[in-house]
Design a protein around this ligand. Sequence first.
Ligand code: SF4
Length: 363
Amino acid sequence: MKYFKRAQTKKIRIGSVTIGGGNPILVQSMINTDKADWRAAVRQIKELENVGCEIVRMSVPDMQTAQNISKIKKQINIPLVADIHFDYKLAIESIKQGIDKLRINPGNIGDKQKVLAVVKEAKSHNVPIRIGVNAGSLKAVGGLKDDLLKAKELARAAMEHVKILESCNFEDIVVSLKASDVKTTILAYEIFAQKRNYPLHLGITEAGSIFSGTIKSAAGLGIMLDKGLGDTLRVSLTADPVEEVKAGFCLLQALQLRNSGLEIISCPTCSRCQVDLIKIVAEVEREVAKIKAIRNSKKKIKAALMGCAVNGPGEAKDADFGIAGGKGEGLLFIKGQVIKKVKEKDWVKTIRNLIVTTIAKEK
Ligand code: SF4
């Protein structure tokens, strides 16, 4: 039995990927480089690709940035989304430059003729539009105290934009309804999902720092994913966007919504631990981040790094491979079998090599 019953949303193509209709939930992020520096944008998108980012968004606040899109597109491999506010000409230029998706709220771009002009261009280039309502920019939400009323207002605003596009016979729509508090966000997505089956991009906006933002996002997105909502997600963090992507994948893996890639099981350590496990796990994470093949692997690899023999062998046995610590060394297990003792200084190298070998066998 599947634990998560995904909502049946409409399939939408975004460049080389398809979301909705039961397709895997994709991890997004957004670049934060200087808008004038398209080479910096490419560099950051490459960094995001290296950690597995599947869709990337950039702000397009002026015409020069829009005109840089084709240069950026030529050098990257994942779909690019243009985030535009108010100016429909920027949307049209972005589409002409080869953007894969727009994030723009049609109710904010002026009269119907302007909306029709964007829709015409989007249709002829098969470019979907994400309507993204945000509690922070909705005046009506600001004055409300009750979470449900705020959520209803967010959903109402999203529907208003949706109806504008639908009235132009445009249904290549993705929707997000973000607030910075978890309850309002969850309620808003739930209310909207009862009205339309457009794919949903999930996020808790302005979630905070790498630590508190990850926890807040995991709480909010986890609940929504449990309800079957969500086709793409972003863990918004006041941090390097690379961290957003890593957090997004960890979340999906924890909920078994992505059964590929590497999962590291490691204990919290206690006074029984006689190896520097905290340092070892951090080093393993740094080393495996460099193994690009993990991101293309269809296999789930589970590696255990445990501090001692109390829970260590049990967890290590349950994983594909693992090491259970002793005094300055550990016992290496592969598929439940004890293989040999490994000195503490060799743990990182041993785990890294086993990951590389496991991926190589897949081919
Ligand atoms: S595995 Fe051992 S070292 Fe790690 S927390 Fe459990 S008892 Fe402590």
